[in-house]
Design a protein around this ligand. Structure first.
Ligand SMILES: Nc1nc2c(ncn2[C@@H]2O[C@H](COP(=O)(O)OP(=O)(O)OP(=O)(O)O)[C@@H](O)[C@H]2O)c(=O)[nH]1
Length: 662
């Protein structure tokens, strides 16, 4: 961890960044699976609810059909009772004349019209001969007495007649329509009620009442939503009496249709039907509802006679699908809208997360780079250190534990009190948001480093500077190197005094000033060690160097601060003495000469000095030449002496005047 207390530590990035895409993928997979599961369970729920509603509706419809059928059969039986017990019939049987026959015909016609159950009413004698026949046209609502035909029972088997003959109550028989004893094609179910006719306890014949089947047939359908669903009717052995496909019907009568039996067509359904009186069953998506109807002893269904029939409703899968289609389509639309919204939201979040992570990554890289490249210190709004990086630790030798929680007292600025420096930095931070400058830093081993410090205010909220980030670059080595170079450029490396370049520059500057301001006059002395070649030759170069160093030290110690003493050649030196008269300069030079001679050196050394004072029209060259001429004379006069150019001038003047007198 780069920082002891790092306010920029990107915890979120640390947790999220490496696992972001796997986490996103897992979330998407889990979410998609949950959504798919939810979708399909909702879809199944809709279908199941619809099927339950259908099952309930069809079961009610079957119950209704049963009640209606039993009621119709009861009505038929009751009206048959009325017919055979009517007064007109009794009158006719007692006096079978044409009047009574007419009255009977009229009464039966009215009864046929009132009940609506019959299409034909016949009175037969015990031999099966017709006595009276009424036809009723249900469409026109007209009942009429028809001509008697020389025929036998139209749709009644002999066995039925025999059974009715033995019975004293009506019996209703349903069987295929016959004509003259033969089955009539196409095969149709016909219903006939037979009622015995008695006169004073003796059977005289029977009434044959042909049922209006259209009315009964209407009962065998159930209303489902907006459509009518036909109902199937089966015998107790599982053969079809009613079915949408005519070829399936009457398998118990026709050998070639025997296979159309529910027990064989759907054993599973047949087993369910056999074990229950009523119920519903879902088979391969199709919905079946069934109900057994007990017809009673007075009803015979088909041959062999069956008093128990099965009412069966078959609702194909397509109808269920059709019924649930609007609801499922609405659900699909809602799901598509929801999925699109979630997809867009996820996409937006993913892009946002990617953007944030990239930013955090870049921030982290920048932070890492910053931590590695320069020393960093973070301070809070009170100027207390809250974190330093490793680079600062290795630069200063302090650990984060040493510094954090304290003021940065190791930092200071040269030539300025801490309070003044703090105020200066604070003012700059407030006005410009940043400050930079050179600071001294006393590090752990108590040495002083020169650092370049840049401090910036970091605004984190409400434009308030909550933190300050300071970075440092160690300038110590650079400054030392620069100072070394500066030294090399201006100083003589052997003696440490100024070199020729400094001398030339200073002489030039002083000459300019003195040329403008006569009061700024100065003196120049050239100093040359005597017989130095011999010193080198006899004692060696190192001894010579040592003498040069000691001489420079000796002279420097005797000079004023404003004087400039430089080594301008091998054993040649120059001394510039600003604001100094020639007399004063001569005293200084002589003191130097004298102390040189007195120097406790082995070998002993002396120095010759040529001295000149700046004159108004002097250039650096003319001044230097005059001092050099004086030096030449000092050498020529035997060395170890100070000669001024004034003295030379005076000497030449004297010589030339003596020459003039001579
Ligand atoms: N040891 C040493 N010798 C130097 C240095 N620079 C110049 N010299 C020597 O100084 C000597 C100067 O000799 P000369 O110019 O003949 O002068 P001199 O021997 O002093 O004689 P006069 O000046 O006439 O008294 C030479 O032998 C140079 O080699 C230096 O930096 N170190």
């Amino acid at each position: 961890m780069p920082f002891k207390k790092d306010p920029l530590q990107p915890t979120l990035r640390k947790i999220l960044a490496p696992y972001f895409w796997p986490i996103l993928l897992v979330v998407l997979v889990v979410f998609s699976s949950a959504s798919a599961y939810n979708y399909f369970s909702q879809r199944t729920q809709i279908t199941e609810q619809r099927i339950d509603a259908f099952a309930d509706s069809i079961a009610k419809s079957l119950r209704h059909t049963e009640l209606e059928l039993l009621k119709a059969l009861q009505n038929i039986e009751e009206s048959a009772e009325l017919l055979v017990k009517s007064e007109q019939l009794t009158d006719y049987l007692e006096a079978p004349d044409s009047l009574n026959r007419f009255e009977l015909g009229r009464e039966w016609a009215q009864l046929a019209k009132a009940s609506g159950h019959y299409k034909r009413l016949q009175l037969l004698d015990l031999n099966g001969l017709e006595i009276i026949k009424i036809d009723y046209d249900s469409h026109k609502g007209i009942a009429s007495v028809a001509d008697i035909a020389e025929n036998s029972l139209p749709a009644v088997t002999d066995s039925a007649v025999k059974r009715v003959a033995k019975s004293d109550s009506p019996i209703t028989i349903f069987d295929l329509e016959r004509k003259e004893g033969q089955l009539k094609s196409p095969y149709k179910l016909a219903g006939t009620t037979l009622a015995p006719v008695y006169q004073k306890g003796t059977q005289k014949g029977f009434a044959v009442l042909s049922l209006q089947m259209d009315k009964l047939n209407q009962l065998f359908s159930s209303q489902l939503d907006s459509q009518r669903l036909p109902l199937k009717l089966l015998t107790s052995s599982g053969h079809f009496i009613r079915s949408e496909n005519p070829d399936y019907r009457y398998g118990h009568i026709f050998a070639d249709r025997q296979q159309y039996n529910l027990a064989e067509l759907s054993p599973q359904l047949w087993q369910e039907v056999s074990n229950h009186n009523q119920g519903t069953m879902l088979l391969d998506g199709d919905l079946f509802a069934f109900r057994w109807i007990e017809l009673g002893a007075s009803v015979e269904m088909m041959t062999p006679a069956s008093q128990r029939v099965l009412l069966l409703s078959h609702l194909p899968e397509e109808i269920v699908a059709q019924a649930t289609k609007p609801q499922i389509e609405a659900m699909n639309r809602a799901w598509i809208a929801r999925a699109t919204f979630i997809l867009l939201l996820s996409l937006g979040l993913a892009l946002l997360a990617r953007y944030v992570i990239t930013r955090l990554k870049v921030q982290n890289l920048m932070l890492t780079a910053m931590c590695q490249m320069s020393a960093v210190m973070i301070l809070d709004e009170k100027g207390t250190v809250i974190g330093i990086n490793r680079a600062f630790e290795s630069l200063s030798g302090f650990s984060a534990d040493d510094i954090c929680g304290q003021k940065p007292r190791m930092l200071m600025q040269e030539n300025m009190s801490r309070a003044a420096w703090k105020k200066k930095v604070t003012d700059m931070l407030e006005s410009a948001g940043a400050w930079q400058g050179e600071v001294k830093c006393q590090i752990a081993d108590e040495t002083n480093l020169t650092l370049w410090m840049e401090i910036s205010a970091i605004e984190t909220s409400n434009r308030q500077a909550n933190y300050f980030v300071a970075s440092f670059i160690d300038m110590t080595e650079r400054i030392e190197r620069e100072e070394g170079l500066k030294l090399l450029a201006t100083k003589d490396p052997l003696t440490g005094i100024d070199n020729r370049r400094t001398f030339d520059n200073t002489l030039c500057e002083l000459n300019k000033t003195a040329s403008r301001y006569p009061s700024a006059s100065f003196c120049l002395a050239l100093l040359d060690l005597d017989y130095f070649k011999q010193v080198n030759d006899v004692y060696g170069h190192a001894t010579g160097d040592n003498i040069l160093k000691n001489f420079a030290k000796l002279v420097s110690s005797q000079l004023r601060e404003q004087d400039l003493f430089a080594r301008i050649g091998g054993e040649e030196f120059a001394l510039i003495m600003p604001f100094t008269s020639i007399d004063e300069a001569e005293i200084v030079c002589d003191r130097i000469r004298s102390s040189t001679k007195s120097m406790t050196l082995d070998p002993k050394i002396t120095v010759s000095v040529g001295l000149a004072c700046h004159q108004l029209k002097d250039s650096t060259k003319t001044l230097f030449d005059r001092a050099d001429r004086a030096l030449y004379h000092a050498k020529a006069l035997g060395r170890n002496q100070v000669v001024t150019d004034q003295w030379i001038d005076a000497l030449y003047k004297t010589s030339s005047s003596e020459l003039a007198f001579a």
